[in-house]
Ligand binder design. Structure first.
Ligand SMILES: [Zn+2]
Ligand SMILES: [Zn+2]
Length: 563
């Protein structure tokens, strides 16, 4: 058994190593094409292998089929192992560095004996790359920057991975009856976009501490034990800190002082253990301060002048009615329109707007005018069969000059438009801001997709003036996306308060490219809650009628109502 994603990665990795070894270019592109073909398959890969049907799929030759079959039944690939023979494991790290393809890595390895990121860093610092063909001072500088980023990011996990690690701790603690109760605190309780630690407060009776310690030690390595604070650097993929307390009052006090960021607590004027209570509301009120939701306890909270914006969010996953901005096999998604919507319906969504990529996004198989019509036909057919409220939207590239990717007559046929930057990231701040503002001013734009372009722990945002962009969204009634993908969580939550003060609306979207992705929306909700966003500020929380009204606020759209 194997997941489709694993097979895609396997074929890509084989292609990379074939290229690294300068093998036959036809063979290399066969593996790259094979990976693409698999990515787009809708059927279960294991079934296709078991039935032998995969052999008949165009683009899957005998050799590739054998690799996939072996991997599905045994979980490894002899072909890949063979290619990796005599190559140190650390070399794989080099493939993470953008701008260093297999060919360049091969040169570095064979000529300069560079076999890890550390080697490469030393070589750059000693200017050794300048003598290697195809490398210059600029590339060397870029590589150093990339390495710096990778090193910095090594200590952080994205939200979904941090959740997985906290899940492991949860399973462990749930099995220990000696723990009266426990709660995650710190970054987890505060909700962050990236995580550097896991912290938990445990309530345990004082005469049961020894029992707890010995049961814990059976399961995890506790590296440092000092009084009531336990630490483990190896239990999970993040450093773990456990605080032991023995009373409800201490439990709440510990939770309180480990939740808020340091700056938050300082600004609040909190002095440790001064205000004891078994509920946090009371601690706030004893300090003459307004209750602040755990996820909002950051210094940015104090930047809001409008007190009304400080109240905790009322948003929950269940309140999302519109499943918007998702991709299908028409562009770079893995599932059909019908599959995506069927799954989203089961999760309680009420209306839908598919937003595949626009034509300039050739890398993502963006829709030509001809294919737009084909998809539209399919949607009309689906709606008439099912009575779903399925709209045809588009994620239109924002071209370098700020225009959207289709002429007006094409744009007006879409029922929903997300405008996003996917190319030419290196413009100056002024140029990029002008480009995005122009797209916001386009009357067909409904949502500005992933507004800053950041990829967490991977790519910094493009240069832009976020305030000017938010102001433009407010003036033009364009919603700001809170892209819920754990790699993005973009709009950055730090700018949510400013956007709310300008009266902006938001759109929380998983940017789902597969059925699994649909559930990612919850991370967008978590980050929106951090900014205190209320249900009424989120266009996906509108009922269908109000949503259609929103779509028609500037241009008339042909949207059938199913009432
Ligand atoms: Zn996008
Ligand atoms: Zn997208």
């Amino acid at each position: 058994m194997a997941e489709k994603k694993e097979i895609v990665n396997l074929l890509d990795e084989i292609a990379d190593f074939l290229e690294f070894r300068s093998e036959n270019p036809f063979k290399i592109s066969a593996f790259r094409n094979g990976s693409n073909t698999i990515r787009k398959l809708n059927d279960d890969i294991n079934e296709l292998v078991n039935s032998g049907e995969l052999k008949k799929v165009k683009g899957i030759g005998k050799g590739i089929y054998a690799v996939i079959e072996e991997y599905c039944s045994h979980g490894f690939s002899t072909a890949l192992d063979e290619l990796k023979k005599d190559i140190p494991d650390s070399l794989a790290e080099l493939f993470q560095i953008r701008g260093l393809g297999p060919k360049k890595i091969s040169l570095l390895f064979n000529q300069e004996k560079i076999k890890s990121i550390d080697d490469l860093k030393t070589a750059c610092n000693e200017n050794k790359l300048l003598s290697v063909k195809g490398f210059g001072e600029k590339i060397q500088q870029k590589i150093l920057e990339e390495i710096g980023q990778i090193e910095e990011n090594r200590n952080y996990l994205l939200i979904h991975f941090a959740e997985r690690e906290s899940g492991k701790i949860k399973i462990l603690f749930d099995e220990l009856p000696v723990i009266k109760k426990y709660e995650f605190t710190g970054e987890i309780r505060r909700t962050k976009e990236v995580y550097s630690s896991l912290e938990v407060v445990i309530l345990v009776e004082s005469d049961k501490v020894d029992e707890l310690l010995s049961s814990l030690k059976e399961k995890i390595a506790l590296d440092v034990i000092s009084g009531e604070i336990l630490k483990s650097d190896t239990a999970v993929k993040l450093p773990l800190t456990i605080y032991l307390v023995h009373s409800e009052n201490d439990f709440t006090a510990r939770l309180f002082e480990t939740t808020g960021s340091e700056e938050f607590l300082t600004k609040l004027g909190y002095a440790s253990n001064k205000f004891r209570s078994d509920n946090e509301e009371e601690i706030f009120s004893k300090m003459n301060a307004q209750f602040t939701a755990p996820e909002m306890r950051e210094k940015d909270f104090f930047s809001i002048s409008n007190k009304e914006l400080q109240i905790p969010s009322d948003l929950t996953n269940e309140q999302l009615k519109g499943f918007l901005h998702f991709h299908t096999t028409y562009s770079d998604g893995l599932n059909s329109v019908e599959e995506m919507v069927s799954s989203a319906i089961k999760l309680g969504y009420d209306y839908f707007a598919v937003c595949d990529h626009s034509k300039t996004a050739a890398y993502a198989n963006g829709l030509s005018e001809h294919r737009i019509l084909k998809q539209r036909g399919e949607i009309v057919d689906i709606n008439s069969r099912t009575r779903w409220r399925l709209l045809q939207g588009i994620e239109s590239d924002i071209l370098t000059n700020g225009e959207l990717d289709y002429p007006e007559e094409v744009l007006q046929e879409f029922q929903f438009v997300v405008a996003s930057v996917h190319s030419n990231f290196s413009l100056s701040e002024e140029e990029m801001t002008r480009r995005i503002v122009k797209a916001i001013e386009n009357p067909f734009t409904d949502v500005l997709g992933h507004p800053t372009g950041r990829l967490l722990l991977h790519r910094a945002p493009y240069k832009h003036n976020i305030k000017k962009i938010i102001d433009a969204c407010s003036r033009n009634q364009v919603a700001l996306e809170i892209n819920a993908h754990p790699n993005r969580l973009d709009l950055d939550w730090r700018n949510i308060f400013y956007a709310r003060e300008q009266g902006c609306l938001f759109s929380i979207n998983a940017d789902a490219h597969s059925l699994d992705n649909i559930l990612l929306t919850k991370y967008g909700v978590a980050i929106a809650r951090k900014g205190g966003i209320q249900t009424k500020e989120v266009i996906n929380c509108f009922d269908y009628k109000t949503f259609v009204k929103f779509l028609n606020r500037k241009v008339t759209r042909k949207v059938e109502r199913y009432e």
